[in-house]
Design a protein around this ligand. Structure first.
Ligand code: AMP
Length: 170
């Protein structure tokens, strides 16, 4: 299946100069959604993944479906102030300023083998910060999977050593 036909480019969203990769055409097509979650999970089927961690908010859509396929639990990684329990936080650099992600302190343990999911890998800062949180809790990070990789931004270099699985590359 050619998944690129289900991705809509929206120029200058959310700000001028950004070409936003809109996944909603893919989400509304049952055959494309099914294909996507199956393809995200496929390389990790025999890797004894115990938890799928996903990044707010579009990562959640795919992450929970992949967790079902891998018969794993689901762990939300969220923007600051959203998680109700005791959290661990990781701040990371944006082009201008900083952002942060949080995870519940009891979300993972050293017994866990984790697959991290998001919709888009751009500069890699978000996925790298989420990867640190997973590892800080002592879990084994098996890989990172995303629907879209913007390879011209070289996000992979920030994930050195972690297996990266993307379905569509621009
Ligand atoms: P980054 O930290 O630069 O890799 O950015 C990744 C995060 O920003 C992901 O959670 C994406 O949802 C979002 N993102 C970055 N660039 C785009 C884009 N061009 N289209 C859609 N989402 C994007």
């Amino acid at each position: 299946m050619d998944l690129k036909t289900y991705i809509r480019d929206v120029p200058d969203f959310p700000k001028k100069g950004i070409i936003f990769k809109d996944i909603t055409p893919l989400l509304r097509a049952p055959e494309a959604l099914e294909f996507t979650v199956d393809a995200l999970a496929r390389p990790f089927r025999n890797q004894k993944v115990t938890k799928v961690a996903a990044i707010e908010s579009r990562g959640f859509i795919f992450g929970s479906c992949v967790a079902r396929i891998l018969e794993a639990g689901f762990i939300p990684i969220r923007k600051p102030g959203k998680l109700p329990w005791t959290t661990r936080r990781n701040e990371y650099q944006l082009e201008y300023g900083t952002d942060a992600l949080e995870i519940h302190e009891d979300a993972l343990s050293s017994q866990d083998r984790v697959l991290l999911i998001d919709d888009v890998l751009a500069t890699g800062g978000t996925a790298a910060a989420a990867s640190c949180l997973v590892r800080e809790l002592g879990a084994d990070l098996v890989g990172v999977a995303m629907v879209i990789e913007l390879s011209f931004l070289h996000g992979r270099t920030k994930l050195n050593g972690i297996p990266v699985h993307s379905l569509i590359t621009y």
